[in-house]
Design a protein around this ligand. Structure first.
Ligand code: FAD
Ligand code: SF4
Length: 513
């Protein structure tokens, strides 16, 4: 019987890995060696969030243990690079071929496709990636039509019969319940349940100590409390279904200094390394609706995120790579300010969000989009620098999801391929949706002057700078209509204050690293 190797990447910790199934079709389990590689080079590519490294390494080591318990022989290799680790493995085991699943990220997949077989001197079978629903069924078979999220999402829902009734219509009578969602939190009387947390076991504690000793990184490995096994990730998911899903929809866009997670799921860290499957999650959420645990507006809102946005973002990444990483359609070149590394800013919203991200690696979607990216777009910061910051700071960050969300959705630097208009807003939005402004030294209602919120004069400055471009786009055109109410004196006050404010921000010395 042939010797077969199966290389499983660190973000592919799937319950049913296609390369394992394919290997078992070729030979006996005794002739299969599973190999997982911790690549020092990959882990040091950026000064990553330490809690992300703990999650990834501990989950990989637990996964190796689970495979061993299931009867596989697993080689867990620590090496300078993935290629070096695999070469050592192949030299020792002498497989007839190596099976692996296509990486979710561009660079990794190019390596598998173009260099791996030559490097190892054995044939490589590259199996299609099954971590995404769009890898199991093409949701967009009409390449001549413009791809928008809504069509993409509906196509996936129809194909997988998610929230679709017997007549083929969307359950609840509509595809979208946004009208009922997107509320700020009430001032009082709403209990916000804490998400379940997990005590680190011996494997995780050992990883925490290793990561604490790394010379570079964001935050602290101490206090790590995420799930690192599939069973615990499933517990976290069930906790969300039972305690937070019911209010997910209405408060999806709300922000609070008292709670980072609010009614969000905090499940992206697990989905992105293969511990949770998007289809299983969407079906379970649908069941929760049928069981009366959550209203349709919340369940559809959650399914839209997991099956709509997440898949659309992955699809856009592959459409736009490799150019996406260098996209800069607003031609912005400013460096990231220092406060993104220490949270030291008087802007209360940014101060709270950045502090939290440093401490936990998490903030929810609207804080990523309307606090951080909104500021970076209005301030004219280089998209590549913002992309690198997100990649380094978040616990759920991988290139396939960061680049389209940051460069495309958040900064609108991809020429509007992901979002047809820039997501920009003045302090009015943050004030409406959060409690940050109440404790801020700036005034969200003032456009210029000593107390004026920087989001205000930066917003109006952006409109003045880009008036023609914005006016030419039917979706962003209405935003510039307000400019006609600004007198020449007000225009110049806006410009002066924006220029002086931006010049006063100390830049981080290594913001492009
Ligand atoms: P919930 O609000 O509970 O949503 C449920 C799930 O939907 C998420 O877990 C996620 O898997 C999926 N989802 C929702 N929106 C998106 C989206 N736009 N793209 C991809 N998946 C989505 N997501 C990441 O997984 N990693 C990132 O590094 C990341 N960076 C982002 C950067 C910016 C600027 C923006 C605007 C969004 C980013 N997102 C990222 C998407 C989204 O913000 C996070 O998935 C979400 O906040 C994770 O928290 P949650 O699990 O509590 O999500
Ligand atoms: Fe943020 Fe401006 Fe509100 Fe302060 S006033 S919290 S800076 S939006």
């Amino acid at each position: 019987m042939p010797h077969i190797s199966v290389w499983i990447l660190g973000d592919q910790l799937l319950a049913a890995h296609p390369a394992l199934a394919a290997a078992e079709a070729l030979t006996d389990r005794a002739n299969i060696r599973v190999v997982l590689v911790e690549s020092a080079q990959r882990l040091a590519r950026l000064p990553y969030q330490r809690k992300k490294l703990v999650l990834l390494l501990s989950a990989m080591r637990h996964y190796a243990e689970e495979l061993r318990k299931a009867g596989f022989t697993v080689e867990y290799v620590r090496a300078a690079t993935a290629g070096e680790g695999l070469r050592r493995h192949v030299a020792a085991w002498q497989p007839e071929r190596l099976l692996t699943m296509a990486a979710a990220e561009y660079g990794g997949r190019r390596f598998q496709q173009e260099r791996l077989a030559g490097l190892l001197g054995v044939p490589v079978d590259l199996l299609p990636n099954t971590q995404f629903l769009s890898g199991r069924h093409d949701p967009y078979p009409q390449p001549d039509k413009r791809v928008i999220l809504e069509n993409f999402y509906r196509s996936l829902r129809r194909h997988w019969k998610l929230l679709i009734d017997d007549a083929g219509a969307p359950v609840g009578g509509a595809w979208n319940f946004d009208q009922e969602n997107r509320k700020p939190l009430p001032k009082s009387g709403l209990a916000i349940p804490e998400p379940v947390r997990f005590t680190p076991d011996a494997i995780t504690q050992a990883v925490m100590a290793e990561v604490a000793a790394l010379p570079q990184g964001v935050g602290d490995s101490g206090g790590f409390d995420l799930a690192v096994t599939r069973a615990d990730a499933e517990t976290a998911f069930e906790d969300f279904i039972r305690h937070r899903l019911h209010a997910f929809g209405p408060y999806e866009d709300a922000m609070s200094r008292h709670s980072a997670v609010l009614f969000h799921s905090l499940l992206s860290p697990y989905m992105n390394i293969g511990l949770l499957d998007p289809l299983v999650m969407a079906r379970r959420a649908e069941q929760a609706y049928r069981d009366g645990l959550a209203p349709i507006a919340s369940v559809e809102g959650f399914v839209r995120q997991v099956v709509g946005w997440r898949e659309y973002i992955y699809w856009q990444y592959w459409q736009q790579m490799p150019g996406l990483l260098a996209a800069n359609s607003w031609q912005h070149t400013r460096s990231m300010p220092q406060f993104f590394w220490d949270g030291a800013t008087e802007m209360n919203c940014l101060h709270h969000v950045v502090d939290r991200v440093i401490a936990t690696g998490y903030s929810h979607h609207i804080e990523r989009l309307m606090v951080i990216c909104n500021f970076c777009l209005l301030a004219g910061i280089d998209p590549a620098a913002v992309n690198a910051w997100f990649l380094a700071f978040y616990v759920d960050a991988y290139e396939w999801v960061v680049a389209p969300n940051v460069i495309g959705m958040g900064l609108n630097a991809d020429g509007g391929q992901i979002a047809t208009k820039p997501y920009i807003a003045s302090a009015n939005y943050i004030n409406k949706m959060s409690d940050y402004c109440a404790g801020c030294r700036f005034n969200p209602k003032q456009r210029t002057g000593k107390e004026a919120c920087p989001y205000n004069f930066l917003y109006w400055n952006f409109l003045l700078e880009h008036e023609e471009t914005l006016r030419a786009n039917p979706r962003s055109g209405p935003a510039v209509l307000g400019l006609k109410h600004l007198s020449p004196a007000e225009r110049s006050a806006v410009r002066d204050q924006a220029t002086n404010f931006l010049a006063s921000l100390p830049a981080y010395k290594d913001s492009k690293e």
